[in-house]
Design a protein around this ligand. Sequence first.
Ligand SMILES: [Zn+2]
Length: 369
Amino acid sequence: MYTVPKLDDYSPATLDRAISQLESALESERREVQTEDDWKAFRDRWLARKNGILTQLNELWLKGAPPESKKEIGKRINASRPLIENRVESQLNWLRAAVHEIVGSPIGLPIDISLPGIHRPIGVKHPVLRVMDEIVAVFKAMGYSIGEGPEVETDYYNFESLNFPPNHPARDTQDTLFIAAQEQKPARDRLLLRTHTSPVQIRVMELQPPPVRIIIPGKVHRNDPLDATHSPVFHQVEGLAVDTNITFCDLKGTLDHAMKALFGSSVKTRFYPSFFPFTEPSADMQVSCIFCGGKGCRKCKFSGWIELLGCGMVDPNVFEFVKHNGYDSSKVSGFAFGMGVERIAILKYEVEEIQLFYEGDVRFLEQFA
Ligand SMILES: [Zn+2]
């Protein structure tokens, strides 16, 4: 049976060895626990305040350590504490579940077959994925196919080929998460976490000559602290249509139809001039407030409208990068748009804070079951 050893020295290697011995002893003793009495003995052996193993660690390792090692050893012991507590607690849960579930279980306790079984709720799609799938379905019904691209992108696809000028603020580490230690690489080859799904536009056009109708769902990353409306990781759906004679009118008609499909047929859309490096002209699209129908309420800041996505006609400079594949801006034109999935989910489900989507709290998530 395991006993807490005295440490010969306090080097990191010795500590590593001692901690890993401790953890494997915990694991093998845990497996021996078959009854609730076993479990009580197991709990006391590891956690009893008077002479439990956790207490002994403090007595034998921490108190005997020279002053300069105390901090490190205290840290190691504190790091083991939650593991021990968690193993002890989960073993009891496991025992109780096993008693209820396994007829003729090795535990040898009486089984009350009149007890209700353990209800395991069936999982459902996460609300963010559900909204993403809904958006994709709306465009699939209009003949769009689905495109995908890597989340770790090069500067070339994320910025350069999308016409971002060299000193654009988005290229700064303030806004973008770059992979470390790439200073020797030429700027265009440097890797980063994509800040939008737009690089997939270029990847698709490199592979496929026009016409193109593509919808691109995916995860994107920004160097933003988490607050009520921002998260460093979120989801976007990007769209791109390129063909002969595509006009701004097609863009408006397509998005207006999509919004009605998502929010109901009474929703109106309007377009405001905006700026994105890869579209010209660019627009912000707003929808009539889905809460007050346009009359004005707190959610729409009493304007009657809610800003929902960015869009525009593909900038001819972007086509230059894929000209070799048939994208001659004198012959083809196109539009592109991109929307934040969480933003739409927040509106659809009236969620107050974006964090709720990522915390994995079942009380929140089961509302969508
Ligand atoms: Zn409103």
